[in-house]
Design a protein around this ligand. Structure first.
Ligand code: C2E
Ligand code: CA
Ligand code: CA
Length: 551
């Protein structure tokens, strides 16, 4: 380390100051001395100091500033073969100027490099789209502009469903390619005036200028339809479903961060309810808060075995007897009372509890089936699966484990899966259903007629039973259209070797019509409402008794 030489100028300035101070002290101590004498003394002292300072400065230039410059120049001028002369003051000044100019250049270049780096972090390296920080700036300038012009625009938050799974199972390179292709597809669906950015992971944000909620919903629908087409990456054909949340400026918020927050809120609603897209809705916030507390109580109810299964019989028209039961979930909440099973399932699906809940249902129903069997009552038991259960890689092993635990005959287990759930991811559904079929477990298509599937498509799936949705059955006695639909469904299902269950049979007329149409099984309030296990078995025995007597 180079120690700076003590500056001569400092020494002389110090001397000057001390001399002046001494003068002042002198005046203070001997005020009676003649002022002219005193002032002459002081002036000569000042003169000596000033001269000293000048020589000290010259010395410093030569030795303290000049030396490092000389050294620098010496190092940098290796091509200069002539013996280097000690510099004169005239040559030194231009050299200092040169150095200052070089310093300026370095400074400017550093500044430019920093600007370039900043700019790079403003765009996302995978998609080339603006990053979160640039997006925030853009959002703010659109807000400023639209506030001034009193216009509205919409903000879309887009999230790729199950992106993490793609990344985990196929690797990050494929994940990156998907993100890149997703950004291309999204960009192609937008106008030049719209802004799209990647906020992070699998999150995108879009500003649709001059667009209200309705217009934004149309764009969201367009995106969903487009994403119905698979992505082709390497040898993979992948369906990538987005969820979209929409908020409108200034209707829902008038600051960038609030607007993002509201669009994200809507995104969560869309995700949790499999809606594809959702618009921010103030009135729904209350329901969401209730759902969160209900979810934690549901967790406790599952763990504490405080749920119940009710059993509703399915009567075989061909065998003239009750052959199966459907297990239906019941939860009597200590404060809120009866909670409809659809609502329980919704809460379970949006909180991840659907897996432990379905496991609880499967175990309880299979144990019950075994218990009845041991008492001489041979009934198949059907349980309902959610679309999420089909995405659970452990579903098969859990069912296998419970069946071996209870030593059940797999043929006595029926899994009811809604048509909508099967259609959500047909390839995945087919794979799981094939495995279950190989295990000799029966599969029923639930709520048939409410989805978009055709029987021709269902022909490819290993299903055994088709349940006509109760909305077509309940008015069968009065509605000829329903009758026509039920008739053709039964015929087609039989052509595909499926047995048909009509659910929602509420009267003798419907029962008779279904019998005449060749329906295989009947389920509905007319036979019996769903009942707790004990009550059900009493009903079952007395029903069989009654049947025997009337036969
Ligand atoms: P679902 O699978 O279609 O079950 C049949 C529903 O129809 C039951 O409603 C049953 O009580 C009702 N039902 C039966 N016969 C009649 C009738 O004659 N008339 C009328 N109006 N209704 C009838 P519930 O028990 O309220 O269950 C509603 C839905 O909740 C079920 O529809 C099913 O989708 C779901 N669910 C129930 N338990 C479970 C479960 O353990 N897991 C899953 N994932 N879903 C369940
Ligand atoms: Ca069902
Ligand atoms: Ca059903």
């Amino acid at each position: 380390m180079i120690k700076p030489a003590p500056s001569m100028s400092l020494i002389f300035s110090g001397t000057t100051t001390i001399a002046s101070l001494a003068g002042l002290v002198y005046v203070a101590l001997y005020p009676e001395l003649p002022h002219a004498l005193l002032l002459t003394g002081l002036f000569s002292l000042l003169l000596v100091s000033a001269l000293g300072s000048y020589f000290a400065f010259q010395h410093a230039i030569r030795n303290e500033i000049g030396k490092p410059i000389d050294n620098l120049l010496k190092k940098n001028s290796s091509s200069d073969s002539s013996p280097r002369q000690m510099m004169t003051e005239e040559t030194r000044i231009p050299q200092i100027k040169k150095l200052l100019a070089a310093y300026d250049t370095i400074h400017r270049e550093l500044h430019e490099t920093k600007a370039l780096l900043d700019n790079n972090s403003m765009s996302d390296s995978i998609t080339g789209l603006p990053s979160r920080s640039l997006f925030k700036d853009r959002l703010q300038s659109v807000i400023t502009e639209y506030q001034r012009n009193r216009k509205n625009f919409s903000l879309l938050c887009v999230d790729i469903n199950r992106f993490k799974e793609i990344n985990d199972s196929l690797g990050q390179d494929i994940g990156d390619t998907i993100l890149h292709d997703v950004s291309k597809r999204l960009s192609n669906l937008l106008r030049d005036m719209d802004t799209i950015a990647r906020l992070g992971d699998d999150e995108f944000a879009i500003i649709l200028k001059d667009t209200d909620i309705e217009g934004a919903s149309n764009v969201a629908e367009k995106i969903l339809v487009n994403f119905g087409m698979p992505f082709f990456v390497e040898n993979h054909q992948l369906l990538v479903g987005p969820s979209i949340g929409i908020a409108e400026f200034p209707l829902h918020a008038n600051s960038g961060s609030k607007l993002l927050q509201k669009a994200n809120y809507a995104l969560n609603i869309a995700k949790n309810n499999h809606l594809g897209f959702a618009c921010y809705d103030e009135s729904k916030i209350h329901d969401q808060v209730i759902d969160i507390s209900l979810a934690s109580e549901l967790r406790d109810a599952i763990n504490g075995n405080n749920l119940q299964l009710f059993y509703q019989p399915k009567f075989s028209l061909t065998a003239s007897k009750v052959v199966e039961v459907e297990a239906l979930l019941r939860w009597i909440h200590p404060d809120r009372g009866f909670i409809p099973p659809d609502q329980i399932i919704n809460v379970a699906e949006s909180s991840g509890l659907i897996h432990p809940l379905t496991e609880w249902v499967a175990r309880t129903a299979i144990q019950q089936q075994k218990h009845w069997e041991e008492k001489g009552v041979d009934l198949g038991v059907a349980i309902n699966l959610s679309v999420y259960n089909l995405q659970n890689p452990h579903l098969i092993s859990i069912i296998q484990f419970i069946m071996s635990e209870c030593e059940t005959n797999p043929e006595r287990l029926i899994l009811e899966i809604t048509e909508g759930a099967m259609m959500r991811n047909p390839e995945q559904a087919k794979e799981i259903l094939s495995t279950l079929d190989k295990m000799n477990i029966k599969i029923a298509i639930d709520d048939f007629g409410t989805g978009y599937s055709s029987l021709a498509y269902l022909k490819n799936l290993p299903v055994d039973e088709l349940k006509i949705d109760r909305s077509f059955v309940m008015n069968l006695k009065d509605d000829d259209n329903d009758l026509a639909i039920v008739r053709s469904t039964i015929d087609l299902a039989h052509n595909l070797d499926l047995s048909v269950v009509a659910e929602g049979v509420e009267n003798q007329e419907s029962w008779d019509k279904l019998h005449a149409l060749g329906c295989d099984l009947i389920q509905g309030y007319y036979l019996s409402k769903p009942l707790p296990a004990e009550e059900f078995i009493n009903w079952y025995h007395s029903y069989n008794e009654g049947n025997k007597q009337s036969a």
